[in-house]
Design a protein around this ligand. Structure first.
Ligand code: G4P
Length: 525
């Protein structure tokens, strides 16, 4: 198979949701369809969640929260599917944001009773920023939930994206009878026996009186009415609008009961984008280009507790990656080659000989890589990752064990390179400040410093509101500002100037006093 065909087969995406909406359950069901895992029946207990796929870190086992982002590849209907798992817990939102830089599309899972929740909204913001195509799966229809039309309105309003239902529920909760697959024009009846593929009946025409026999006459006429309404209210599904990130097709179902999942998957295969061009600072890189290019979007330390190794996750942006071939590490300016790169096939890692644009490759690493690093066949290219966002919480990090200063330093450097949290170094006194999205990240850092580097750290409070990246067209004003605010100035990990505002009021005053300076809550503008 040629390069073009290989690439066209690939679908690389992430499933995102607010915790508990059913992301894990849906992922499992997709893996089942791909034959990547074999579990008898729907997985009601948490076992698979705890033992498989996404929890490589000790802490995750302890807490039962999906901390790590893992990759699960499988083949389905002549396609190579790569699911990038994302931690549901909001304290690890940054990890999820970064994963979104490596996908070509996204499936959002929404709980039909809870509707759009906060985490979903934040993740959608990143998708919107990047123009990532999204599909939405409204889950848990076997339970009582909101009216389907209301859900569509809510999705549209809360996620700020136009929606178009491609399937439609018949009843909900106790009265749930199934869904009408608008995309394929077929009726799927729901049998709550949780594992068998449910009955599928095709209808050329929704007015077919056969329909009344399968669901009651009442439900059939309600369904006809609602479908008519959908045709009136929503324009025909526009695939181009979906691919541009302007329109989200919506499916209904129940992941736990494996209902509506295959419809989602089949439509996904049909419409979701193959690997898309990726923007480098220098130019757009097309996936079909012969030369290999890729970038590191995640670094995972110590996946195997027996070996103190890291794995850098590389998204292949163009061409073909090959084992034992020299590639240029742009930031370090050196050639590296990899004898044991891994592919991620569902639960197992295996050595790969080649990978194509769209694939994720795991490179064993001993400290060469940082998040955002670019690898190429030689061309001087720089892929841009996601900008850093201002953290929500800040603490001073201090050494607790004077004998282990070096270990602490190394640990902090590596964890920050992995993107576990953000490090700011005060320009005035050199003290180190760690910024996070949530409290849990501080615990992870402390735990990992101790268990992976033998270093003990201590947290001291610091009262900060936001980190602001600053810019101005007038260098002299910037200098003046930095001099005046020296106690509040820090360097981020890239050495950029950051103003650490103690309060919203302080930031307001700074804005007032320095109208020529622009203050940003993210590192790229
Ligand atoms: P997450 O990864 O998004 O956090 O969600 P996860 O799949 O773990 O699902 C959260 C809970 O919702 C689980 O129940 C799961 O069984 C349940 N669930 C998922 N899909 C459906 C569905 O279609 N219908 C119903 N009724 N429930 C669903 P749990 O009680 O947390 O765990 P468990 O012990 O029941 O597995």
């Amino acid at each position: 198979m040629g390069l073009k065909e290989e690439i066209a087969k690939r679908r690389t995406f992430a499933i995102i949701s607010h915790p508990d909406a059913g992301k894990t359950t849906l992922t499992e069901k997709l893996l089942l369809f791909g034959g990547a895992i074999h579990v008898a029946g729907a997985v009601k207990n948490n076992k698979i969640k705890k033992t498989a796929t996404s929890d490589w870190m000790e802490i995750e086992k302890q807490r039962g929260i999906s901390v790590a982002t893992s990759v699960m590849g499988f083949n389905y209907a002549d396609h190579k599917i790569n699911i990038l798992d994302t931690p549901g817990h909001q304290d690890f939102a940054e990890d999820t944001f970064r994963t979104l830089t490596a996908v070509d599309s996204v499936i959002i899972v929404v709980d039909c009773a809870k509707g759009v929740e906060i985490q979903t909204r934040r993740l959608m913001e990143v998708c919107r920023m990047r123009k990532t195509p999204v599909m939405i799966f409204v889950n848990k229809l076997d339970r009582e939930g909101k009216d389907a039309f209301d859900i569509l309105d809510e999705l549209e309003k809360e996620l700020e994206i136009a929606v178009r239902p491609l399937s439609w529920p018949i009843g909900i909760g106790k009265t749930f009878k199934g869904v009408y697959n608008i995309y394929q024009s077929e009726l799927n009846l729901f049998r709550p026996d949780k594992q068998k593929v449910t009955e599928r009946i095709s209808f050329e025409n929704i007015d077919d009186p056969e329909l009344d026999k399968h669901i009651t006459a009442d439900l059939a006429s309600k369904l006809r009415e609602e479908l008519e309404m959908i045709q009136e209210v929503y324009p025909q599904f526009d695939k181009e609008a979906y691919l541009k990130g302007d329109l989200a097709p919506v499916f209904f179902g129940s992941a736990l009961n494996n209902f509506g999942v295959k419809e989602l998957l089949d439509c996904f295969i049909d419409i979701a984008p193959a690997p898309r061009p990726v923007k480098a600072e220098e130019r757009m890189v097309e996936p079909q280009e012969q030369a290999f290019t890729g970038f590191v979007f995640k670094i995972h330390a110590n996946m195997d507790p027996n070996h103190r190794s890291c794995i850098a996750f590389v998204k292949v942006c163009s061409g073909k990656f090959e084992r034992n071939t020299y590639y240029q590490h742009i930031r370090l300016g050196k050639q590296l080659r990899f004898s044991s790169p891994t592919a991620f096939m569902a639960q197992k890692k295996e050595i790969l000989d080649e990978a194509f644009a769209g694939d994720i490759v795991g490179l064993p690493d001993t400290g060469n890589f940082k998040i955002g690093d670019t690898l190429t066949s030689g061309e001087d290219l720089h892929f841009r990752g996601l900008p850093s966002f201002s953290p929500e919480l800040f603490k001073y990090i201090e050494n607790e064990d004077p004998m282990k200063q070096k270990q602490l330093q190394k640990g902090i450097d590596q964890l920050m390179g992995e993107g576990v949290a953000q490090l700011f170094t005060n320009q005035f006194n050199g003290r180190k400040i760690i910024g996070t999205v949530g409290q849990l990240q501080f615990e992870v850092i402390q735990y990992r410093l101790l268990h992976e580097y033998g270093a003990k750290c201590r947290w001291l409070p610091i009262n900060l509101y936001k980190a602001c990246w600053i810019e101005s067209d007038k260098p002299e004003v910037l200098e003046e500002f930095k001099k005046r605010k020296v106690q509040y100035m820090a360097f981020d990990i890239e050495g950029r100037d950051v103003f650490l505002a103690e309060s919203n009021y302080m930031l307001m005053m700074a804005r007032q006093d320095f109208p020529d300076i622009r203050f940003h809550f993210r590192s790229e503008f």
